[in-house]
Design a protein around this ligand. Structure first.
Ligand SMILES: *Cc1c(COP(=O)(O)O)cnc(C)c1O
Length: 365
């Protein structure tokens, strides 16, 4: 028996988040019998040729989308992006070296805190003053003489800032937490020594974290690290050293196919259009909606704003829910409203929201 869902709402959840509808439909269609095997992919061995094909295809698609060759390894890990906060310094922060962190919000605070448990760290720049309303300018970033690496978060999901340039870091390896803007457009990935991204914002379900890293760098990790905490274990075994998050990688691979079909340039244009609609609704509200972030650091993925009072913010969330908009309450740490409009969100969803915002401001302004 198949269940047909007729009441899908506008899903603005921050993560886990909206997935492309054709992908969900394919998952549903294939769930009981994966490509004539008579079993579900959920029941298949990770050593089966079906899963090996999925695994290889997902890695190839990622390399293609990121424009990376064999000098990079693409890996699938568990533990979420949060585990990367520890794995990066465990692998690359050697005794006597310093890792530089650019702190732009909650996620980089956490990354820094984890690294500080493992080795010497330094804040290369912070925009905490004023409440993380922007990313730093190049001239505000002060690096250690020879940092082990420089860590940034390309899109701070909670406050809603995004880097619109890559910082210049000389010869230092640049590491980016791209969890919430991964593959939202073309990426100049060659500039980065390591990228990590929890899949559940832009590219898949929770449970799988994508890492792309320069293969030669992985060898520098201390040899006494536990096997499962060494990137090289995953790279050398094509993420099949132990049981990978099979279902997550399967859905991720379908999303990557969907991204390939659309093309990263078109996806970027679509994301810019969506963000333009939502920020337009903020900017044209005569001050009713107050954006949290300075304009040139605004995120295309997460738009954050306040209303004139917390009472009105609660009312906004309540009314929006009854109008079929889900997930608009801001993160518990900052309050206000957050609109997460990841890759799979359609332009129509943002248009409908902007119309609701306008109408809400008219009635309550
Ligand atoms: C969601 C998020 C994380 C945490 O991801 P988990 O998979 O829950 O550990 C880390 N960094 C950023 C930028 C995020 O958006």
């Amino acid at each position: 028996m198949s269940v047909s869902v007729t009441t899908r709402v506008h899903n603005f959840n921050a993560g886990p988040a909206i997935l492309p509808k054709p992908v969900l439909e394919q998952v549903q269609a294939e769930l009981l019998d994966y490509k004539g095997t008579g079993i579900s992919i959920l029941e298949a061995s990770h050593r089966s040729k079906e899963y090996e094909h999925i695994n290889a295809e997902a890695q190839a698609r990622l390399k293609g989308l990121l424009g990376l060759g064999d000098e990079y390894s693409v890996m699938f890990l568990g533990g979420g992006a949060s585990q990367q906060f520890a794995m990066v310094p465990m692998n690359f922060l050697q005794p006597g070296r310093t890792a530089d962190y650019v702190v732009t919000g909650t996620w980089t605070e956490k990354a820094l805190e984890e690294a500080s448990k493992i080795g010497q760290t330094r804040v290369a720049a912070s925009t905490k003053e004023g409440g993380y309303r922007r990313v730093p300018r190049q001239e505000e970033i002060s690096l250690s003489p020879e940092p082990a690496y420089v860590h940034i978060c390309s899109n701070e999901t909670v406050v809603g800032t995004q880097w619109h340039y890559w910082p210049e870091v000389g010869d230092a390896p640049l590491v980016a937490d791209m969890s919430s803007d991964f593959l939202s457009g073309p990426v100049d990935a060659q500039r980065l020594a390591l990228i990590y991204a929890g899949a559940q914002k832009n590219v898949g379900p929770a449970g799988v974290t994508v890492v792309a890293a320069r293969t030669d760098w992985l060898e520098e990790a201390p040899k006494n690290l536990p096997t499962m905490l060494r990137y090289a274990t995953f790279a050398k075994n094509k993420s099949l050293y132990n049981t990978p998050p099979v279902f997550g990688v399967y859905v991720l691979n379908l999303v990557l196919g969907w991204i390939q079909d659309l093309g990263l340039d078109a996806l970027r244009a679509r994301n810019e259009k969506k963000a333009g609609i939502v920020y337009g609704a903020i900017d044209n509200s005569e001050g009713f909606y107050q954006g949290h972030v300075e304009k040139d650091s605004r995120s295309l993925m997460n738009a954050t704003f306040r209303l004139p009072s917390e009472v009105l913010e609660k009312e906004f969330v309540r009314e929006s829910l009854s109008e079929g908009f889900v997930g608009l309450a801001g993160h518990r740490s900052v309050g206000g409203i957050r609109v997460s409009m990841y890759n799979a969100m359609e332009v129509e969803g943002c248009e409908a929201l902007a119309a609701f915002m306008q109408e809400f401001a008219r009635r309550h302004g």
